[in-house]
Design a protein. Structure first.
Length: 119
């Protein structure tokens, strides 16, 4: 039996991931058959046509919704280590996680009260 290291697993994972990406991109190019039109190659971001004037004003609600999404998305990343070590953290971990979720819930109620999530 051979001795394997984490570096070997990481190298194999990187090689397999690159091979899959190259394979999928190659298959896409082969299967599609037709070249993309100029309209399909234009970047599309945030629902705005990139050829419009940058002076066009956006609603502040767009930025509020994006900020709220980031906050609540990061909540998942912060609670993940807590969920993994749930039993090891004991009651102190439970109290800190519940207080964190209550603060986020209060923030959500504040956003709803200020109608920040309506477009």
């Amino acid at each position: 039996m051979t001795h394997s290291t984490p570096e070997l697993f990481l190298l194999v994972f990187a090689i397999v991931a690159m091979a899959i990406a190259i394979l999928l991109l190659s298959l896409n190019r082969l299967i599609s058959g037709k070249p993309l039109s100029r309209h399909n190659e234009v970047p599309f971001e945030c629902g705005l046509n990139p050829t419009t004037s940058p002076k066009k004003s956006l609603s502040i609600n767009y930025f509020l919704i994006a900020s709220a999404f980031l906050i609540f998305e990061l909540e998942t990343a912060i609670l993940w280590p807590w969920a993994v070590n749930f039993w090891a953290l004991g009651m102190a971990g439970m109290i800190s996680a519940v207080s964190f979720m209550i603060i986020l819930l209060l923030g959500l109620f504040y956003l709803l009260a200020k109608r920040a999530l309506t477009i």
